[in-house]
Design a protein around this ligand. Structure first.
Ligand code: SF4
Ligand SMILES: [Zn+2]
Length: 352
């Protein structure tokens, strides 16, 4: 009987002639037989239906500044209520949230979508981020939370690995306002095979093309730079030229410092010089807004006006401590328009 089935009916799937269900929420496209779950551990076939087992089960809930996602060109300084479920479609050996993402038991506080949106309101957050694990795997729950959020004037952000599908992008278009797509090791094939357990990163590029061409979702791109993974920077060059050609020179790109975690404790943190090389590469490719992340106090956390090179937004870590834009988000020094969506929410006094 329907009421005894675990979770809630999923919507992104195709029934196959062999009786299995092909899940279309992520690019793994698991073909799942009755009584089994897909690789992520939270979508499974029960009673001949694909069910989202973690629907309404929230494992984490934190308030962070939007800059922590990282997102720097969308409602800067806003407070974000971040949630996750258990499970993930990737198997990253360096995952900082492995306790959540690699858990295959459905756990978490029971919350309805309305309760999630209400919690965000009560915390005084302006947005909800679906993060810590890959949100496309629980997209039906995220969509329902996101629609409740919109009713309350709250926006929605995905922090996604981008290993998504046309079906999941289509569902995103119903409720998502902003996405930051996290490449790892610049999407280099040897890296993603060895450390993530996916054959290649093609679906991530496809997802970005799909989002750009079919939705109005604000896009930022992140690349976790892992030392030794791409010494000739060829994959980074490919990534930057893709972003420039297909997403546009105004797209923010963040190069994040890697820290050893989980099964990659023998790696070194990314040398700052290597991050700076990635920044220079992005600028050389024509990208106007490149940033370094996880290096608090570095000058390349700031936003520079591409016309006059003045610091238009100064940051320290996840906090804004300088704001030199007028009400139309134009540079106060030269008047150039800086493509920031929304307005400044919170600025701190000078932090460095
Ligand atoms: S969301 Fe989960 S079940 Fe669906 S294809 Fe991806 S890993 Fe498989
Ligand atoms: Zn300027």
């Amino acid at each position: 009987m329907q009421s005894e089935l675990p979770g809630k009916d999923a919507e992104l799937f195709v029934p196959l002639p062999n009786g299995r269900m092909k899940c279309t929420a992520c690019a793994r496209y698991c073909e799942i037989p009755e009584g089994k779950v897909g690789l992520c551990g939270i979508r499974g076939v029960f009673g001949n239906k694909l069910r989202l087992l973690s629907y309404g089960r929230v494992i984490a809930g934190h308030i962070d500044p939007i800059e922590k996602k990282p997102v720097t060109h969308y409602n800067p300084g806003s407070e974000i209520y971040s949630i996750a479920t258990t499970g993930c479609n990737w198997l990253c050996k360096y995952c900082q949230n492995y306790d959540i993402s690699q858990r295959r038991k459905i756990e978490g506080v029971e919350m309805t979508p309305a309760q999630v949106a209400e919690a965000a309101t009560n915390y005084g957050a302006q947005g909800i981020a679906y993060t810590y694990n890959e949100p496309s795997i629980f997209i039906e729950f995220a969509r329902d939370c996101g629609l409740e959020a919109h009713k309350r004037g709250i926006f929605n952000i995905f922090v996604s690995n981008g290993y998504d599908t046309p079906d999941s992008v289509n569902m995103m278009s119903q409720f998502l306002d902003c996405i930051t797509v996290d490449f790892k090791g610049s999407g280099r094939q040897e890296f993603v095979r060895r450390y993530i357990g996916i054959p290649n990163s093609d679906p991530i590029f496809q997802t970005l093309l799909e989002i750009k061409s079919k939705t109005t979702i604000h896009i930022e791109v992140t690349d976790l730079v892992v030392p030794g993974a791409d010494d000739d920077l060829q994959a980074a060059k490919n990534l930057c030229s893709f972003v420039y050609d297909k997403l546009g020179p105004d797209t923010p790109i963040h190069f994040l410092r890697f820290h050893p975690d989980y099964k990659m404790m023998d790696f070194e943190p990314t040398p700052v010089g290597l991050l700076e090389k990635h920044y220079e590469l992005a600028k050389k490719q024509g990208l106007k807004y490149a940033y370094l992340g996880n290096v608090p106090g570095h000058p390349l956390e700031d936003t520079y006006c591409p016309e006059c090179n003045a610091v238009v937004i100064g940051r320290y870590g996840f906090y804004i401590d300088e704001w030199n834009l007028d009400k139309q988000n134009c540079c106060k020094n030269c008047g150039a328009r800086i493509p920031i969506v929304g307005k400044l929410y919170k600025k701190h006094s000078k932090l460095h």
